[in-house]
Design a binder for this molecule. Structure first.
Ligand code: UAG
Ligand code: ATP
Ligand code: API
Ligand code: MG
Length: 488
């Protein structure tokens, strides 16, 4: 695409010279720049991309987009905000791909990964070609790509959507993090369905207060479009049992479909029966009623199922397919995943890394446990510190054997993180074992028949970050090894 054609999208910009090179790619990382790239300078949290403009030109950049004049031998386009401009240019460069996709965005503190996977399976069972973007990976058809963020930058996002369209994907489902909403990574995404799971405490390191965290989540709904287009109707799927939903409802002119268990909603679960091996309920919707027999357990799983059902209904999937698919789903990797090494106690690996998710999962375990409950849990470094005490209190409240350990300490001292957890439960009964492998071994060595060990916080993760080093670490493998050695 010609530079001038691309730039016609920007209303306020200054371009030095009148050259009009062919732009073959857009890059925000100088290390990715190739001959013919447009390099966009982003001033980040760690470094300033403007400092890499010269390097980008040496690597062949044909033009540079910047927030200040730069003396370079290629055209320099100056705009007030390169991040906003990047979202617009990426959308244009990749052919406005979200206009050609049915796009479903899922936001909320907990349940985004789980819910997106439920929706993915339902759409696939309705013979639709899907793509998925989230914490674990990007999926385009059968191909899986690794990711750094739950919601990538606009450039990666639009490029990914472009590839999806090229490969015949018709429906894309994505997790939309509050960081992404706040940083404008999803500007330009034309959502058809926006789903809200829940709002509880997390990320206060970034958002500071729950009010601004709620406001960031709300951006998904205020960006859902304010015109009524009968050919492309938009739907906000809101959790009627979460008080934040009434605010989000005001933010959008789109159709609203509520789901819930306790309050009167459009999509509801009635006659719920829970057992250690599954959950059944009547899925009551504006399109009729179907019995659902799920293998997933816990009240939180019913919420995810209802959110997925409502999003699928808003995407025109027949109710019978929705109910049948919810019955088939085995679960999502690292979410309430059972580790079975032939032992006579249960081991569950789960991604609960917030107070609310930990409480949900532990209370689900407590509903069914015959013996004692063990929990192995830590808190990530360089993340919301205020949740540490609370998570420790929840662990002590629900577990007979709470074992505090390290999660991903990142740049923080692991012992200092443990101390902050312990500050919430001084004088109570707990164990503190800094080394996560040792903590898991300790739990396995002490569990008796009928006990349950919940290993929380890292779920699907296959690494542990200590300082700047990344070590191989998989809770499921470590637990399995401990079990095998124990029952030898
Ligand atoms: C705080 C934050 O969000 N940081 C994001 C940000 O990194 P940054 O600002 O530090 O970037 P930087 O390293 O300063 O670089 C600035 C610019 O210089 C460029 N650069 C840099 C070096 C170089 O040699 N050449 C060069 O051109 C970079 O490509 C970039 O354009 O931009 C990066 C690239 O897009 C992101 O990967 C990174 O996310 C980091 C890894 C992160 O941890 N983010 C978390 C807080 C986050 O966003 N989490 C949410 C999910 C939370 C949840 O699900 O609960 C998420 O959506 O992932
Ligand atoms: N609807 C829910 N409400 C509360 N807790 C939930 C819910 N769904 C899942 N959980 C718990 O939260 C954990 C994380 O779930 P999931 O990965 O689906 O959330 P997420 O929103 O994608 O998280 P992240 O922000 O890290 O991407 C699960 O392992 C489970 O313990
Ligand atoms: N998306 C979450 C993941 C946390 C996972 C936990 N294992 C940790 O490292 O803190 C975050 O970045 O806050
Ligand atoms: Mg996720």
């Amino acid at each position: 695409m010609k530079l001038q054609t691309l730039l016609s999208q920007l209303q306020n910009m200054k371009l030095s010279g009148n050259e009009n090179p062919d732009i073959l790619s857009i890059e925000m990382d100088s290390r990715e720049v190739k001959e013919g790239s447009l390099f966009i300078c982003i001033s980040g949290y760690t470094v300033d991309g403007h400092d890499y403009a010269e390097q980008a030109v040496r690597r062949g950049a044909a033009a540079v987009l910047s927030e200040k004049p730069l003396s370079l031998p290629v055209p320099v386009i100056v705009v007030n905000n390169t991040k906003r401009a990047m979202a617009l240019l990426a959308d244009t460069f990749y052919g406005q791909p979200t206009h050609n996709l049915h796009l479903i965005g899922v936001t909320g503190t907990n349940g985004k990964t789980s819910t997106t996977h439920l929706i993915e399976k339902i759409l696939q069972n309705n013979s639709l070609a899907t793509g998925l973007i989230g914490t674990m990976y990007i999926k385009i058809g059968d191909e899986q790509l690794s990711v750094k963020n739950t919601t990538p930058e606009s450039l990666t996002l639009q490029k990914t959507f472009g590839t999806m369209v090229e490969r015949g994907v018709s429906h894309a489902i994505m997790e939309v993090s509050s960081h992404a909403l706040h940083m404008g990574r999803v500007h330009g995404c034309d959502y058809d369905v926006a789903v809200f799971t829940n709002l509880t405490q997390d990320h206060l390191d970034y958002h500071q207060t729950m009010d601004s965290y709620r406001a960031a989540k709300g951006l998904l709904f205020s960006q859902l479009g304010n015109k009524f287009d009968q050919n492309k109707p938009k739907t906000a799927v809101l959790n009627g049992d979460d008080s934040a939903s009434s605010e989000f409802m005001k933010m959008t002119a789109a159709h609203v479909l509520t789901y819930g268990i306790d309050s009167e909603c459009d999509v509801m679960a009635k006659n719920i029966a829970m057992s250690p091996s599954g959950t059944s309920f009547d899925l009551v919707t504006p399109h009729g009623r179907e019995k659902v027999n799920m293998k997933l357990i816990g009240k939180f799983s019913i919420y995810n199922a209802l959110a997925a059902a409502a999003a699928s209904l808003a995407s025109n999937v027949p109710l019978s397919i929705i109910a049948a698919t919810l019955g088939e789903i085995e679960g999502v990797r690292g979410r309430f995943e059972v580790v079975d090494g032939g032992q006579d106690f249960s081991v569950i690996v789960d991604y609960a890394h917030t107070p609310d998710s930990l409480e949900n999962v532990l209370s689900t375990v407590k509903q069914f446990v015959l013996g004692k409950t063990f929990v192995v849990v830590g808190c990530g470094g360089d993340r919301d510190r205020t949740k540490r005490k609370i998570m420790a209190q929840i662990a002590v409240k629900y577990a007979d054997e709470p074992i505090f350990t390290s999660d991903n300490p990142r740049s923080e001292d692991p012992v200092a993180i443990l101390n902050e957890m312990e500050d919430g439960v001084r004088g109570e009964y707990y164990h503190s074992i800094e080394n996560r492998e040792k903590a898991i071994y300790f739990a396995v060595a002490n569990a008796k028949p009928g006990d349950v060990i919940l290993i929380a916080g890292k779920g699907h993760e296959t690494y542990q970050q200590i300082g700047t080093q990344i070590f191989d670490f998989d809770d499921r493998e470590v637990a399995l090894k401990a079990i095998k050695e124990q029952i030898k």
